[in-house]
Design a protein around this ligand. Structure first.
Ligand code: FAD
Length: 403
């Protein structure tokens, strides 16, 4: 392999470029991104970036890094097709040959099919540009309605409250962050957000947005109620960017399908990050994960595979979300847990829920409890499981526990 092209310049793409160099690749690397910015940290867009007066993007790596490592950046450029027969990617203004290709195309916001979604002052958040627009709007916004009680919706809701806005969150499901956390965590954050002054309405699906003179003035619920809004933030998930892979006749499902080493069926092509569907070793079924950890670790695996040193991807999944002064951290995947044990008291604002499948620790959700989270990463990584009785007993020092 002499000439590697990376499509997508975010957490996965930038890491793939860096790993190719640390793994000893001395051929050509071209990193192509539709976004104009140097690859930057995406999570702060719903956190510090929106809050800070002088919000700056945090670059993943400085410009000098790409220069020093001879990584050619094509920013603000979009790949429109992959020609696998000719071995080239097509850009709007020309072709670029490859003999190795990394697909790090990530995901984009899911636009719900409701009326009024194109009205002015309706926002969705994925990119730096989205964040700049929302931040500018926050100077004027008063009545903010957030559609979707997931991580991004709730992070923005807490920020909007901090900035003094009236905030209503509408969630279709019976609990917050329902796809990702334990019920005790959902209940705790419901209390927190209500305590911060937001109105949180569960089981309230949205039918559409109502406008006047082209701008949103209300959100209409499925039951016909109208909730006034001068600003609406829609955070109802993402869809993976699989179209390029699909058009190139690579297998796609809910993501670009790869094997345990991040390889597609074409030996020249690997994929990593939010765009990828892979067979999870512990769950025994295909999953697509949306996290910085997953994007970065899969990119390392993908780079090694492309250089002929494939190793199965086995990184422990972890994730975080900052809402107000509460830091939520998750490690492992709780999908197949069959019981959970509480450590600490939610009313103290610091506790963890340990999830077990039988006797095996599979995941931990923690609120303001970094130690539990860090221990969990180590334990789950090593396949170790502390006894549930020890976990439930706060007089047991987990750091001293031998498991
Ligand atoms: P992406 O970040 O989606 O990047 C893909 C890139 O590829 C984009 O720049 C896109 O423009 C580009 N691209 C796609 N197609 C093409 C093409 N054809 N040609 C050229 N370029 C193309 N994760 C956490 O772990 N913790 C958090 O707290 C957290 N908070 C978040 C907050 C926000 C507001 C958002 C939006 C995400 C958050 N995430 C968080 C998720 C995390 O940011 C993603 O999991 C991560 O960015 C995935 O990285 P990626 O490289 O796979 O894809």
């Amino acid at each position: 392999t002499k000439n590697i092209v990376i499509i997508g310049g975010s957490h996965a793409g930038s890491q793939a470029a860096a790993s190719l160099r640390t793994d000893g690749f001395d051929g050509k690397i071209t990193l192509i991104s539709s976004e104009r910015e140097l690859p930057y940290h995406r999570p702060p867009l719903s956190k510090a970036f929106i809050k800070a007066d002088e919000g700056e993007l945090q670059e993943l790596r400085p410009a000098a890094f790409y220069e020093k490592n001879a990584i050619e950046l094509l920013l603000g450029r979009t790949v429109t097709a992959i020609d696998r027969v000719a071995g080239l990617v097509r850009l709007d203004d020309g072709d670029l040959p490859f003999d190795g290709l990394v697909l790090a195309t990530g995901a984009r916001v899911r636009v719900p099919p409701v009326h009024g979604i194109d009205l002015d002052n309706v926002f969705m958040l994925r990119t730096a540009d989205d964040a700049r627009r929302l931040k500018a709007r926050f100077h004027e916004a008063q009545d903010v309605v957030v559609v979707g009680g997931g991580f991004i919706g709730l992070e923005l809701a807490s920020t909007a409250r901090l900035l003094g806005k009236t905030v209503t969150v509408l969630e279709a499901a019976p609990r917050l962050m329902g796809r990702a956390v334990a019920p005790a965590i959902s209940a705790h954050f419901l209390e927190l957000h209500r305590g911060w002054g937001s109105t949180i309405r569960l089981e309230t699906p949205v039918a559409g947005l109502v406008g006047e003179n082209g701008a949103v003035v209300a959100v209409e619920t499925l039951s016909g109620e109208r909730i006034p809004a001068d600003t609406v933030i829609v955070g109802v998930g993402v869809v993976p960017n699989i179209e390029l892979a699909e058009a190139a006749e690579l297998e796609v499902a809910n993501g670009i399908v790869v094997d345990a080493t991040m390889a597609t069926a074409d030996p020249r092509i690997v994929a990593a990050g939010d765009a990828v569907s892979f067979h999870h070793w512990a769950l025994g079924r295909p999953v697509r994960l949306e996290s910085v950890q997953n994007a970065v670790d899969q990119a390392k695996t993908a780079a090694a595979t492309l250089l002929g040193k494939p190793e199965p991807y086995k990184a422990v999944p972890w994730f975080w979300s900052d809402q107000g002064d509460a830091k939520l951290q998750m490690v492992g995947l709780l999908n197949d847990a069959d019981r959970s044990v509480l450590r600490g008291k939610p009313e103290d604002g610091s506790f963890s829920v340990f999830h077990y499948k039988g006797d095996k620790l599979v995941a931990i959700d923690s609120v303001n409890r970094a130690t539990d989270h860090m221990l969990g990463r180590r334990w789950i990584g090593a396949g170790a499981s502390p006894a549930p009785e020890s976990v439930a007993d706060e007089s047991v020092d987990l750091k001293k526990l031998v498991v």
